[in-house]
Design a protein around this ligand. Sequence first.
Ligand code: SF4
Length: 393
Amino acid sequence: MSLSVRPKVYSLPSYSLTGDLLGFLRCGLQYRYTRIGKLPASRPVQQWFGEFIHGVLEEAFRRYHESVRKGVPSLPPWPVSELDDIRKLIKDRLAARGLRAWAPDLEQLGDDRAAAAVQELGPLLFPLIHRAEVRVTGARLLPPIASHLQFREADRYEMVGVVDVVTHVQLATPGLAGNPIVKGVRAALGGNVPPEFELIIDYKGMRRPPVAKATAKHSLWTQYEWQLQTYGGLRQKQADALQVVAGVLLYVNELHPTRSDLKLLKDEIVTGTTDVAPVPGSPDDIAIRAWRSSQPLPQLTLGYRLARALRIVPISAASVQQAELAFDAVVKDIETCRGREEYGTSLLNAWDRNPSEESTCVVCDSRTYCPDYQTNYAAQQGELTPRLPAKKI
Ligand code: SF4
């Protein structure tokens, strides 16, 4: 009697749009250690910032929504005591997971940015929100990798993501047509919007990056656009979705810029690498050009800070398809690295490294043994490569 052989387990690989794909694009080796290997970061400053701002905005919206449900809508700005209460609640939640701000000045910056986000952006954003933290999923064909690196049975992969905010906009609603976010979307789409539509919004705890140069491959500018497009495509298939006309990236740091942010902005205005420069001769233009780093920061207008904070990306079937193909290509790269590792190549050689962003490398826990860090940045950071003591003869 012949016994049948149990077939290999068929498991669908799952790739999240931010954690996996954007993480791998930032640097494959860092992604291998922190995401796949689950090595916690020794200085998770950026993680604290991102999660703190997300948490504060989510809690603030929950409180606003609750006030609407009770029939007494209360939009920000709110008293400082209410804001303090929200910030403390979120800090306590993060601290319970071991996430802290690490330094008092960083915590103060987080507090200030959270205040700007709730008190200045909240009144414009909260009335538009339909749902927050919306999970989106889909399945796509797994791109084939070189046959000698094949290590899976699966022929598809799962694409997952969480949209921070889904808005429903009915232009007939009194007051909405004049909302700066809605006005920005109508301008970006040339006024060509249906009477009812949906926007997907993603918060980014960072400043607005300079516009990608035409030659730059996989720049942050392009990557975040792919993220919005793919979110838009997945969201569009859900039952309660209206027509998704655009995605909005919300660069929270622009609401409360620091000295280094303003210095970078000045440089980008001079080199013409920002797409949102102040109107020449406007108060913002004069204030930025006259500012010297030894002086106090100028108070930029809310209109200009909001224009820099919002990046509106029109979404169409064609643009979604293009972004999905780009993400397939990244999945193929990740699978190829996994295949190399699976067949015995060392981690340092199996995984693609990306030393192009100094700010990523200088906080990377792999920098002490990463050859690219040693070549590009160790000397200028005053860090010497660890060496074994020389042998005395
Ligand atoms: S130091 Fe830079 S190149 Fe090296 S692993 Fe870290 S992020 Fe990647």
